[in-house]
Design a protein around this ligand. Structure first.
Ligand SMILES: Cc1ncc(C[n+]2csc(CCOP(=O)(O)OP(=O)(O)O)c2C)c(N)n1
Ligand SMILES: [Mg+2]
Length: 400
């Protein structure tokens, strides 16, 4: 009897074998479901995958990406990971206010931007350092923002991870979750009315899908046919709340059906799956003015932010399992073993180069003084009102 039951379970696993079995030191680890309704397990087994965790091609349709483009994407993924680690450490040393890390989500973020054209805009979330880098924001500009120094375009007035640069086609956003999602739809519709040939892409987390803004934006986009690509970076948690407490739907992608357009779920740690799916969605938006929802199944390897400790709500084993699905590792293996354009030596050399660039750029940004205090009274009104003038005068007295 026991034997029979075991066999049945084996069959269930082996049905999607390549998707749920990961290898660690030659040993196979099976992803055990916690319950009959384990959304995390289903999310991995039922998403589009092109590149396996071992760096092998799993699907027939492989996107056409030149070696040059692939190397540049990998470089930005590694830069994002190394920058992330440095920033968390700087915050721990008390040299940076706060930081929201994105380690583990690099393929989702960089794959999205690779699919865009030079005219398209992004409406990102706070965790999208990889997108900011792939959009071409120089490291100096990004670090000045994070340090909030006097060279920061926002003069240190915003939270470090709340980015926004018009010249890089990155819309600024606010801290309330999903408040930027309807703006991506409005911007796309305005562009459509004006005849501008552009698509907007907005990213948000799994937690954001419980907000009213997510649903009204999706509804509006469906009814008025907005050229918008919605990308949910489903990293399994909204701070400490796991995705299975966020929704009773079988996936996040399925929610698109209620608004009359397509939803696709992809392995968010697979650069090829993200890139090709988002590229199709961008083409659909550009050619047919139709929205798409893409769910990237991924995982946040670090804490929610530097004000959080993941050990309070998830096990080390769970984090370890996801480490084997690392987006960088699988791309590196593919470049090395399939395309033959990468090697251990190249990896060491690139890491050394990026280490050097990061050290010098961080030292430079850290040494730039903070904005002058008086700047907080400026830039709001064309003519300063009496109450601000009074505040400024008081400050000048104090500074004498
Ligand atoms: C409207 C609103 N409610 C609550 C918060 C507090 N908060 C900040 S981040 C966060 C979790 C969001 O999770 P998710 O959307 O999955 O994105 P992730 O941080 O996992 O990338 C919450 C609840 C907020 N900023 N805004
Ligand atoms: Mg989340």
């Amino acid at each position: 009897m026991m034997k029979k039951k075991k066999k049945k379970e084996d069959r269930a696993y082996s049905k999607k074998r390549s998707k749920i079995i990961v290898k660690q030191n030659e040993k196979e680890i099976i992803w055990e479901p916690n319950s009959g309704n384990d959304l995390k397990l289903r999310a991995i087994t039922e998403s589009l995958q092109i590149l396996s965790p071992e760096g092998k091609i799993e699907a027939r349709k492989v996107p056409e990406i030149t070696n040059e483009r692939l190397l540049s994407a990998y470089r930005n993924m590694l830069l994002t990971r190394m920058l992330d680690e440095r920033l968390v450490s700087l915050q721990r040393q008390g040299r940076l206010g706060t930081y929201v890390a994105c380690s583990g989500q690099e393929a989702s973020q960089i794959g999205c931007v690779m699919a865009l054209s030079q005219k398209d805009w992004i409406f990102p979330m706070y965790r999208d350092t990889g997108m900011i880098i792939e959009m071409g924001v120089p490291l100096e500009t990004l670090l000045n923002r994070l340090f909030g120094n006097s060279q920061d375009d926002a003069l240190g007035r915003d939270l470090p991870n709340l980015y926004g640069w018009k010249r890089y086609r990155i819309a600024s956003f606010a801290a309330p979750i999903a408040s930027h999602v309807p703006l991506a739809v409005g911007f796309a519709l305005a562009a459509k009315i004006r005849g501008d040939d552009l698509v907007t892409l907005t990213t948000f987390g799994d937690g954001a899908t419980s907000s009213g803004e997510f649903h009204s934006a999706m509804n509006f986009a469906g009814v008025f046919k907005a050229p918008t690509v919605f990308v949910c970076e489903n990293n399994q948690y909204a701070i400490s709340v796991p995705v299975e407490r966020q929704t009773a739907s079988s996936s996040i992608a399925i929610k698109a059906a209620a608004y009359g357009f397509g939803g696709v779920r992809v392995d968010g740690n697979d650069l090829f799956a993200v890139y090709s799916t988002v590229k199709d969605a961008v083409n659909k938006a550009r050619k047919e003015s139709l929205p798409t929802l893409v769910e990237c199944v991924t995982y946040r390897l670090q804490s929610h932010s530097t004000a959080d400790d993941w050990k309070r709500y998830r096990s080390a084993e769970e984090v370890e399992r996801w480490r084997h699905l690392d987006p960088l590792k699988r791309l590196r293996l593919y470049m090395q073993n399939v395309r033959k354009i990468w090697s251990e030596e190249k990896e060491v050399k690139l890491r050394e180069e990026l280490e050097g660039t990061l050290s010098s750029t961080i030292s430079k940004a850290a040494a730039i003084p903070p904005p002058e205090m008086k700047t907080m009274f400026e830039d709001v009104y064309s003519e300063m009102p009496w109450n601000l003038k009074e505040g400024l005068e008081e400050l000048e007295e104090l500074e004498k």
